[in-house]
Ligand binder design. Structure first.
Ligand SMILES: [Zn+2]
Length: 56
């Protein structure tokens, strides 16, 4: 079986699991993002959407 991530053809240990490479960068990415980081990121997206809407 292959990695659960679409487009990745690396072998995975179990069905539905990610390969070691994808699992490594996904895990490190999620632990680095704190709740505040996510809120700040979402606020930026919300602002961008609101600016787009107000231009119409
Ligand atoms: Zn993978």
């Amino acid at each position: 079986m292959t990695c659960a991530l679409p487009g990745c053809r690396n072998p995975a240990t179990e069905a539905g699991e990610m390969c070691a490479a994808c699992g490594h960068w996904l895990r490190s990415a999620t632990t680095r993002l704190t709740a505040d980081d996510i809120r700040a990121r979402d606020e930026y997206v919300q602002r961008a959407y609101q600016q787009q809407r107000s231009k119409r």
